[in-house]
Design a protein around this ligand. Sequence first.
Ligand SMILES: [Zn+2]
Length: 150
Amino acid sequence: MLVPHEERFARIVSDYLERPAGDYAELLHRGHVSSPEGEDPEAWRRQIRRQARQDKIRVVTRRDGPRAFAMLNRSVPDERLDELLHHELRRGLELEQLAQGASELGHQSFGWLRSDDEYISACSRCGARIYARLGVQPVKDGEALTDPCP
Ligand SMILES: [Zn+2]
């Protein structure tokens, strides 16, 4: 893994350990967020809506198959909402492809830790890492994408 990616990886881990912000904080920070892979989308929606009610914040949530999506209700036009939904779903697919590549090398499935456009993960058996930045200039790096699980 390239040194700048290692540094970002370590930083994202330490930020998470120090401040486990969660999806609701991510929603407040970015204005929209999607449910993590493997999470019950309806339970996730209820949790987001409950937190938003406590804060008297208006949110819109939607379900799309195994995923759910939430965004702050800022009277965004419908076409923009669809665009954001598709953006999030596309990201979900990209992450699934990365996880698929790692699992073909024998690595165990694992969750993603997210910081804005950046995602990190590590094999639960050998610790091989993935660092990814999705967006305009995507970056995909890490031992879990190139080396087999020992
Ligand atoms: Zn592994």
